[in-house]
Design a protein around this ligand. Structure first.
Ligand code: 8YV
Length: 338
């Protein structure tokens, strides 16, 4: 028989920075996935059965069925700002805290939103593929003409921290007019700070030269951009999605791109990723990246460290840094080393 461990037991479902693993191991007994295997949902549930906490990556479904199998679990700490992998209500009822990793990725993700906008509007990857394929034999005046970015109108759907950081780049860096749509309107000071004007969704889609999606995923935001919304956009407009797969109806978008009903799209996230809709792969007027908006070494490390702060804070001191469902959290024994 193995001696019961005096320390909380943590599961880390994916490979992580060595210094993050090291810090975890200073406080917890850690089961890690150092070889970065693809654990199935069943495998994660099995490994989580005797754990007190988990460092998760926004990909593992944490719901009532899983929680029923993990009686000792007290916290799941996502190293992502998005948390649509959590059924927060089921977690609240079971007394399992969910935490995310906001703020530390805001500026980096906004940078990438802009990178994708620039690459899409100015046809950077499309023209590079042309060059690499040896097709560049002569200069032509209209070769890879794109859309203007500076001075144009940017429409942002979802005006949280990342949306606001994009708005500031657009307004102050590129002299763009910024319109936004959000569940709730920002207060006047924040609007002035971002130099952004609140409009209805329809007006935004009809007037923007570039539409940027930064809205969190939920049942309500599913297919925020479907065929009807795409039909409202200007034929010269571009659509950028750095939010979540499922915010855009990818099949409808591929059809709109194929028929040139909008000019181009830049996508970092996909429905059912890492699978990408084959019709998107078949069109050239789309820039595709593999969910890398927050991917700088410094930012990803900061996101992981914040997840560790949450595990340490909650399991060792009873208080997480960025809790999501602390209000009304059912009692599941006090955080302890059990
Ligand atoms: C993550 C993200 O890298 O934080 C988020 O919500 O979308 C990204 O920063 C991604 O979720 C990894 O799965």
């Amino acid at each position: 028989m193995t001696k019961p461990s005096p320390r909380p037991r943590i599961l880390v479902t994916r490979a992580i920075f060595p210094e993050v693993a090291q810090r975890l191991s200073e406080h917890f007994d850690v089961e890690s996935n150092a070889t970065d295997e693809d654990w199935s949902a069943e495998e994660i549930a099995r490994r989580l059965q005797d754990k007190t906490g988990a460092l998760t990556f926004g990909l593992e479904r944490i719901d009532a069925a899983l929680l029923a199998r993990c009686p000792q679990l007290k916290i799941c700490a996502n190293m992502t700002v998005g948390y649509n992998n959590f059924d927060l209500e089921a977690m609240r009822v079971c007394g399992v805290l969910g935490t995310n990793a906001p703020d530390v990725l805001t500026e980096t993700t906004a940078d990438f939103g802009f990178a994708l906008l620039m690459a899409t509007a100015r046809r950077v990857t499309e023209s590079e593929h042309f060059l690499r394929a040896g097709k560049w034999t002569r200069w032509q005046y209209e070769m890879f003409s794109g859309a203007e970015v500076h001075g144009s109108t940017l429409g942002i759907i979802g005006m949280g921290r990342i949306g606001q950081a994009i708005a500031r780049r657009a307004a102050f860096g590129f002299g763009m007019q910024v319109v936004y749509h959000n569940r709730s309107r920002l207060d006047a000071t924040l609007e002035a700070d971002c130099r952004a004007r609140y409009v209805g969704k329809e007006e935004l889609l009809k007037t923007a030269d570039h539409v940027m999606l930064v809205v969190p995923y939920s049942k309500e935001s599913h297919h925020t951009m479907g065929a009807a919304e795409l039909a409202l956009m200007k034929p010269t407009a571009t659509l950028i999605n750095i939010a979540r797969g499922g915010i855009v109806d990818d099949a409808a978008l591929a059809a709109a791109l194929r028929d040139k009903r909008i000019a181009a799209a830049g996508l970092d996230v996909f429905e059912g990723e890492p699978r990408v809709h084959p019709d998107l792969l078949a069109v050239s007027n789309v820039v595709l990246t593999p969910h890398i908006a927050s991917a700088t070494v410094g930012t990803r490390r900061a996101m992981a460290m914040l997840a560790v702060d949450n595990l340490i804070g909650y399991l060792l001191h009873g208080k997480a840094v960025t809790p999501l469902n602390a209000d009304g959290l059912a009692a599941r024994a006090t955080p302890s080393a059990s």
